[in-house]
Design a protein around this ligand. Sequence first.
Ligand SMILES: [Zn+2]
Length: 772
Amino acid sequence: MATINLSVKYRPVRIGFLVRDQVIDDVVKAAGLSTLLCGGIRNPIIPVGTNRSAADYLIQLFSVDVLVAVSQSAEIKALMDANPFLRSPHDYGNGIFHEDWHTKKNVPAYVDIINIVDLWWEKEIRHKAEDFKSNCVLVRWMPEDPIAHVFAVQFGYYPTEHDLLGDFNQAFVRGLKAKEMTISLNGHVDEALTTHITPIKFTGLELDAHNGWRRDGGIYVGDEDNFADLVTFWNLRASGSGLFFFPKKQMVRFKRLLEEYFSELDRRKPANLNLMDSVAVCYLDGSESEALDICNTFKTTKPKALTLVHEVGGIAVPRPAEYYYDAQQTLANVDQAYGRPVVTLGLPNKLFLSPRGYPNDRQHLVVSLDFHSELDFPNHTLKPPFLRQLNEFYSREVAFDPWTIRVERQGLAYITDCGDASIRVYPLPHQKLIETVFEAAGVKTRMSQPGLLADQIIKSMRETAPLEACRVFKVRGVRKLFRELSEDAAIKWNDALRVIGTEQFSRFKDLYIESRDHRDLEPGDVLTFLIKKRILRPRLNFLERVLRRRQLFKCRGCGLGSNLLMATFESAWVCPFCRLNQFLPEYIGVVFNNKAMWRFQKSGLFAKDNNQEGAVPVVLSLLAFARILDPLVYSTALDFPLEKNSESDLCVLQYHFGEDVEIGIGECKSDGGRITEAKVCNLKTVRGKLQGFGLETYLVFARTTDAFSPEEIELFRGLVGERVPVILFTNGELEPYDPYWRSVDKGLPLRHPLTLADMARNSEVLYLRANS
Ligand SMILES: [Zn+2]
C-alpha cells in the first residue's frame, strides 16, 4: 500500500438553471432558487428555445455540473434527455429540493446559505451589541414595481412558494444582523446598495476565483423587459464580473446610486497592478447610445471601457472563472481491489460550513481532486482528458456510479455529501480510456494481435516502469542480434558480444538500462540484461552436461558457497541455507571465466522468427514519446475493424498542455518494412473522424533505419501539404535517450517540445525541408 499526496478543493455544485426562451418569469424563478444556494451567484441561467446551440454553448462554457429545469417545455425535456450525464446525483423530481424525513418540508439538496449564515453567526455576529447592524441588507420591493424582475436578478430574493424547512429571510436578517430596506413603488433606489451585501452577493462569499475571466466592476445597460438583457447580465456576473444592471428607461430612479457607484469604483484598488484598471460599461447591440450617454454624463477618473457584448446565439460571456473554497492538501492510500488500483482519501474538514445546527449532512457539494503524481497506479489515471461527453464513462469507472464524477480542466470533481468524511476512487486504465475516446468519436477499436504482443513484451520487462526497461532495444546491435539469430539457432557468448558491440556501440555507452558499477555501458551488460529478462535462454553444452561438471556459486543472499552442477545455471535455484530463490542465468557472465560451454537461444516472446510482429519499433517510438509527454498515456497496436480494416501500430494521448486533446496514431516499421500509401490513406480516414470530434490528430511514422526512403518522404510532404501534421522518427530520434539530442545543431524550432504539435513542427524541419 502506498500513500500519496493530493490537493483538494471544495466548491458548490455548479447548477445550470434551464429557463424557457423569452420567459422572464423563469429567469426570476431561477434567481430566487440561486439565492438559496452557496455559490448561487455563479450558476448560469440557460435559455432553451427551438435553437439549442446557445444552450449547448453555455453548458460547455460554464462546465455545468448539474442541469435543473425551472419550468417544463418540450425543448427543455429534449435538452435534459440529450445530457443524461448532467443529471443530479439523486434525481430529485422537484428541482433542487429533497424532503426532510421528519417534517415533510423541503430542504435544498445542495449546500445552502444557512450553513454560511450559521458560521458567520458563530464567528462574528453573536457577540455584537444588541443594536449592531452588519453590512448585509435584505432588499424588498413592491411586486407591482415595473422593474421588479431587475431587482430580483440584481439583489436576489428568497422564494416563499417551496414549503421550505428553513426560514431563509429570518436567517439572513437575524443571523447576520442585516438591515432591511424596501424600495418604494417607482421610488429611487438607495445608493447604499452599491456597497452592501445583498442576498445574491452573499451566496458568493468565501469563494475564491481561479483562472478564467474576472472583472472588478462596471455596469450593464439594458432594458428591464428584455429577456436577453436580463440573462446576459446574469451570466456575465456569474462568469465573475462585478456588474450592476441599469435599466436605461429608468435612469431617474438610479441617478444617485450610479453616481455613488462610479465614485466607489474610482476608490477601489485594482485587483491586478499590471492590468489597466477601467470601469466596464457593457451593453447588447441596440443600447449603444444610452451606454454612451452614461459614459459622457457620469465622470470617473478611471477610464471607461465601452463594451459591446457580442451575442453568440443570444448569449455572450467570456470564459468564466472557477470558484472554490480554500484549497487543502491531503493524503490518500493506494490499494488494490477487484484487480485494479483503488485510492481512498480522507476529506479535510469543511471549514467554510457551520459545524452544527442545520441538517446539511445530505446536501451536495463538489470536491475537486488534483493528484500531483500517478506513479503509484501505473497505466492508470485520475486526470483524464477534459472531454465532458465522457462524464458518464468517467463516473462509472472512477466511482462505480454514473452520476458522481465531473471532469475538470485540472482533474476530477466528485459530487459528495456534506456529511461524507472519505471517498474512494478507482483510477482509469489508460487502454480503456483510449478505446472510449475513440468510440466517442465514432471509431470502434480494440487492441490487435501485434498490439497484445507488444504490450506483453513491455509488461514482461519488469514490474515498475516496464517501458523504461525496454531501452535496451535502442542498442542497434541488440536489434541486429534478434534479426540474425534464427529461432532454432544458438549463439556463443563471445559471438553475441561481437554482434552487440560492433554496430556503433560507442553511441550507447551512456545509456542507462539498469544500475551498474562502472561508468560506460559494455556489451556484456547488455547481454546479461537480455538473459535476465529471459529474452535469451542459456543452454549448456552436451559434454559438460553428461560429465556433470560443477561450478562454485556464492549465494547473493547469505554469501555462503555451494558447488552446483553447471546445468543448474539454466534456471532458478533456491539456496539451501537462506532459502533465497535466485535466477542463475543472469550470473553466467560473472561466475564463469570461460563461457565456451554456453550457447544462447532466443526465448519466450522473442522465440519466434516473426519479427515480434513489429513490436520493437513500436516500443522505441513509445519511449521517444515518454521523454516528451508526461505522463505518457498510450496504447500499443489498435485495430479499427469498421474503417476498411485499418490499424494503427500505436496510439498516444496528450492533453496536459494547451487547450486541446491531441492524439497520435501511425505506423512503425523495422528495417525491412515500408510505409505505403494505402496504409496512410486508412489512417487519414480514422484521423478525419477524430478531428470531427474535436481531437487534434497527428500521424506518427517511425522506422528503425537511418533515413526514410525518398518515396516515403514524398508521401509525408503530401500529407503536410494537405494540412495533416506528421511526427517522424528514425534511428536519429529512436536511439538516443531524448529524441532530439542528436539534432540540437539542426535548427530545431523547439528544443524542448511539450505537445504533439511541437513534435510535428520539429519533424517538418528535420525531414521535410527542401534540403533535408
Ligand atoms: Zn543463501
